[in-house]
Write a protein that binds this ligand. Structure first.
Ligand code: UDP
Length: 471
C-alpha cells in the first residue's frame, strides 16, 4: 500500500499573542497526534514581536510560519480600538495572503484553512482556491452562541445595547446582562462595532467551527448549537491548553520559588496577555494582596492611562512595571509574594502543586489552563469577552468567586480584594468552587483522553481531511 501524502493545513492567527497562542496549540494537536503539517501565515500591524518569535521558534518542525508584510495603518487615528486594528490588519493583508496561496495551492495536500474569530474576512479568497475555511474559536460555546446570533441582535435591538433593561437571552445560555457584552457592543457608533459585526457575521460561511469547550463544561449551550441546522457543523474539541513548554529559561526562578511553598498555598495573579489596570487600581490590588496575608505570584504591568487592553499588541511595556508599586511593597512582601514584570510562564505556574488559586481576567485560555489543573478562580474581567466569561464562571459553572466593585469610584477596593482572596483559600464557599473545578478537571481530562468526546470530534474532522488527500 502506498502511503498518502501528509495532509497540510494553513492557519492564519489574527494579530496579538492572545490570538497566536490558541491556534498554535490547536496546530500542535494536529501535528503531534495526527501527523499533519501546518503553515502559519501571520498578518500583523507591525514587525514581529519578541514574544511571537519565541513562541514560533519553539515549535515542532512540522509547523512552519511566514510573516506577511505589515500593511500600513498610518491613516488610523490614535484612539482606534483594538478590534478595528485587528480586522484592518487582516483585511489589508489579503493581497499578500493571495500571493501566499498562489504558491501553496500547487501542493495537492492542502486540506483546510483555519482562522480565529477575526480572520473570517479571508474566507472568500481561500474558497477561490478551493480550500475549505474553518474557524477555531478559542472561546466558550456561550461566546460562540453570541457570535452566531450577532446579526440577528444587530437587526432586532434598536438603539444602544447598553440601554437594554433586560439581559440578552440566547438559546440554552445564561442570560447575558448588557454590560457583560464584549466591548464592541458597547459603542455601536464606533467603527470597531462595524468591523466586529462583519467578522462575526461570516462565521456561518465556515465549513466547520471548532470551539474550545466540551459538553460537561457547557452542556446546554453546546446542545443548542449542535441542534441548530442552519449553522455549520460545530466541533467542541476542548479543553485545548498550552502543552507544557518546559526547558524554557524564562521565569525559571519563580518555579524554583514555588517548589519551596506548601501545597496549594499560592495565589497566581494575572490579567492575560494584554490586560493592564489604572494606577489607582494597581495600588489597590497591591495593598489588597498584602492585606490578605496569602502567598502570591503577581504578573505586574505598567498601569495604563485609559484603555484596559493597553498591552494587547506588545506585552513588554517600555517602563519598568515595578516602579509603579506602592513604596516598599517588594521588600515588605519578600518571601511571601513574588512580582514578575510583564510576563510569566503561566501554564507551568498553574500546573505547579503549590498554586492553589488564580485571580484572573477570565480570558478563556487562562480559564481552561486553570481548569485542567483544578485551580479555582477569582474573576476580575477587563475587556473583550472577559465579562461574559466571568458571568458564566461565577453564575453558571460556579468555579469562580466574584469581586464587588465600588460602583461610585469604579474601583475594586483593597478590603474587598483581601476578603475574597482569603475566602478562596479558607471559606466554605471557596471550598465549593475548588471542588467544582476539580470535577471539571477530571471531566476535561476524559474529554481529551483516548475515546473522549473531544478526541472523537477532532478525529472525525481529521479523517475527513485525510480522505481529501488520499483520493
Ligand atoms: N500568558 C502567559 N504569560 C503571561 C500572560 C499570559 O503565558 O504572563 C498566556 C496564558 O497562559 C494564555 C494566554 O497567554 O495561554 C492568554 O490567553 P487568554 O485567553 O487567557 O487571555 P488574553 O491574553 O487573550 O486576554
Amino acid at each position: 500500500e502506498v502511503e498518502s501524502p501528509t495532509p497540510h493545513v494553513v492557519m492564519m492567527p489574527s494579530p496579538g499573542m492572545g490570538h497566536l497562542i490558541p491556534l498554535v496549540e490547536f496546530a500542535k494537536r494536529l501535528v503531534l497526534l495526527h501527523r499533519f503539517t501546518v503553515t502559519f501565515v501571520i498578518p500583523s500591524g507591525g514587525p514581529p514581536s519578541k514574544a511571537q518569535i519565541s513562541v514560533l521558534s519553539s515549535l515542532p518542525s512540522a509547523i512552519d510560519h511566514v510573516f506577511l508584510p505589515p500593511p500600513s495603518l498610518n491613516d488610523l487615528p490614535p484612539q482606534t480600538k483594538a478590534e478595528t486594528i485587528i480586522v484592518l490588519s487582516v483585511t489589508r493583508s489579503l493581497p499578500s495572503l493571495r500571493d501566499q496561496f498562489k504558491s501553496m495551492v500547487t501542493q495537492r495536500n492542502l486540506v483546510a484553512f483555519v482562522v480565529d474569530q477575526f480572520g473570517t474576512i479571508a474566507f472568500d479568497l481561500v474558497r477561490e482556491f478551493n480550500v475549505p475555511p474553518y474557524v477555531y474559536l478559542p472561546c466558550s460555546a456561550t461566546t460562540l452562541s453570541l457570535i452566531l446570533h450577532m446579526s440577528d441582535l444587530d437587526k432586532s435591538v434598536v438603539g444602544d445595547y447598553t440601554d437594554l433593561t433586560e439581559p440578552i437571552r440566547l438559546p440554552a445560555c445564561s442570560p447575558i446582562p448588557a454590560k457583560a457584552l464584549p466591548d464592541p457592543f458597547l459603542d455601536r457608533k464606533d467603527d470597531s462595532y462595524k468591523y466586529f459585526l462583519e467578522s462575526m457575521s461570516r462565521f456561518g460561511l465556515a465549513e466547520g467551527i471548532f470551539v474550545n469547550s466540551f459538553p460537561e463544561l457547557e452542556p446546554n449551550p453546546i446542545n443548542a448549537l449542535k441542534s441548530e441546522e442552519s449553522y455549520p457543523p460545530i466541533h467542541p474539541v476542548g479543553p485545548i491548553v498550552k502543552i507544557d513548554s518546559s526547558g524554557s529559561e524564562e521565569g525559571i526562578e519563580c518555579l524554583n520559588w514555588l517548589d519551596e511553598q506548601p501545597h496549594g498555598s499560592v495565589l497566581f495573579v494575572s490579567f492575560g496577555s494584554g490586560g493592564t489596570l489604572s494606577s489607582i487600581q494597581n495600588n489597590e490590588l497591591a495593598m489588597g494582596l498584602e492585606m490578605s496575608g496569602q502567598k502570591f505570584i503577581w504578573v505586574v504591568r505598567s498601569p495604563h492611562d485609559k484603555e484596559a487592553n493597553a498591552s494587547f499588541f506588545s506585552v513588554h511595556s517600555e517602563n519598568d512595571p515595578l516602579q509603579f508599586l506602592p513604596e516598599g511593597f517588594v521588600e515588605r512582601n519578600r518571601g511571601r509574594g513574588l512580582v514578575l514584570p510583564s510576563w510569566a510562564p503561566q501554564a507551568q505556574i498553574l500546573s505547579h502543586g503549590s498554586t492553589g488559586g488564580f485571580l484572573s481576567h477570565c480570558g478563556w485560555n487562562s480559564t481552561l489552563e486553570s481548569l485542567v489543573n483544578g485551580v479555582p478562580l477569582i474573576a476580575w474581567p477587563l475587556y473583550a469577552e472577559q465579562k461574559l466569561n466571568s458571568v458564566i464562571l461565577t453564575e453558571e459553572i460556579k468555579v469562580a468567586l466574584k469581586l464587588k466593585m465600588n460602583e461610585e469610584s469604579g474601583i475594586i477596593e483593597k478590603e474587598e480584594i483581601a476578603k475574597v482572596v482569603k475566602s478562596l483559600f479558607e471559606s466554605e464557599e471557596g471550598q465549593k468552587v475548588r471542588e467544582k473545578m476539580e470535577e471539571l478537571r477530571a471531566a476535561g481530562e476524559r474529554a481529551v483522553g483516548e475515546g473522549g468526546s473531544s478526541s472523537r470530534t477532532l478525529l472525525e474532522v481529521v479523517q475527513k481531511w485525510r480522505n481529501k488527500v488520499s483520493r
